[in-house]
Each structure stands twice: as C-alpha cells, then as structure tokens.
Design a protein around this ligand. Sequence first.
Ligand SMILES: [Zn+2]
Ligand SMILES: [Zn+2]
Length: 157
Amino acid sequence: MLDKPNKFIKSEPVQIPEPKKWKRSEALKVAQKKYYEKNKKKLVEDQLKYNYDYVRKPHTCECGDTMKYSAKYLHLRSDRHKRRMENIEKGIPAGHQPCNSSYECVCGSKILHKNRTQHFKSAKHQKYLKSIVMPPRDNLCMIIEEPEETTPQIRIV
Ligand SMILES: [Zn+2]
Ligand SMILES: [Zn+2]
C-alpha cells in the first residue's frame, strides 16, 4: 500500500520563536518601509558586501592578538584573551603563561607548562609522534633488522 502513512516520519511542526521586534512609531514604520522598498536592491547588496568585507578585515585586539573580525567575538570571551589582558595589566609579556598552568598536548596528555620539555621525551608522547609518522596499517609488512650496530632499525617494505 503506497498511501499508507509512514509511521517513522513525524509531521509535528517545528516551533520557531518569534524574534523580538523594536517598537517603532507608525509614521517611522511607514517612512522606513517606503525608503526600504525604494532602495531595497541596493540596500541588500550594500549590506552583503559590507558583511563580506567586514568579517574578513584583520583586527588587532587590545591584547595584541591579530585575528579576523569574524573571530573577534569568540576571542574576546576566550581564556587566552583574559590571560593576555591580565599579563598586560601586570606589566609582563602578554604571551606569558604561568609555569603551573596546564594545557592539553597534541598527544592527548594534560601537562604543565613547566614540565613540557620533560613530557616531550616521555614514552606516551614519543609513541604519539611515531604514530603520526607511521600510521598502523594491516597491509604493511614490517621487518625489524638486527644490524651490526646496537640500535635496531625499522624498515617498511
Ligand atoms: Zn584579545
Ligand atoms: Zn604530548
């Protein structure tokens, strides 16, 4: 039966909240509408061009970071911006990070800034680095040679 309704598709309408409207006087509304209708095409084009150019403009934040305008909103709310502003207030270089602050390394470990160099030598980090250079693939045959030297060599055939 083709006409049988599909029970997997729900036909409930999606509720979209109405945007809040500015309160405008009737005369202003009429005037604005008239102006808009008259210049509609140009206004839309101008707005689009303005938006397009604007978000791509480079912006230098007061913390010294450079970004595109489109990234400004998120940057101003970021921890990075807050930290840089605090540093500037203290009179220390904006990029300074306290030794005991932690961050997530590319290998997935949470590490302290002061332990960075030590961490880079760690087994987990080294393993990660090797995994990028040589992704494990089933169709690869690996031969581990035992050469004259003491250091073993790995060759991929
Ligand atoms: Zn900033
Ligand atoms: Zn790491």
